[in-house]
Design a protein around this ligand. Structure first.
Ligand SMILES: [Zn+2]
Ligand SMILES: [Zn+2]
Length: 89
């Protein structure tokens, strides 16, 4: 008789479904942008963040900010947050 853990488990597939629902919730609800403070720097160019209008925030992870222009350049190579690795859009 084979050990029970070789059998496909219905509980596992329920867990997988719950996980994909959880991921979808994450994608649907953007996080609040974190406020920046005087002297905060952009981790891409290490310059001061400065004018909030020129910034872009991580929406699906940590909410931290970098320069919009720097993020555009970063996104040419990859599509995730510099800080937390969350999917970026
Ligand atoms: Zn920058
Ligand atoms: Zn992030």
């Amino acid at each position: 008789m084979p050990p029970p853990y070789h059998l496909p488990s219905p509980r596992w597939s329920q867990g997988a479904r719950a996980l994909s629902q959880f991921k979808r919730r994450l994608i649907e609800r953007p996080v609040k942008p974190l406020p920046t403070e005087e002297g905060d720097i952009c981790v891409i160019c290490f310059d001061e963040l400065g004018d909030p209008d020129g910034l872009t925030h991580c929406r699906w992870g940590c909410g931290r900010a970098v320069h919009g222009e720097c993020m555009d350049r970063w996104l040419l190579r990859r599509n995730d947050c510099v800080f937390c690795g969350a999917w970026w859009s």
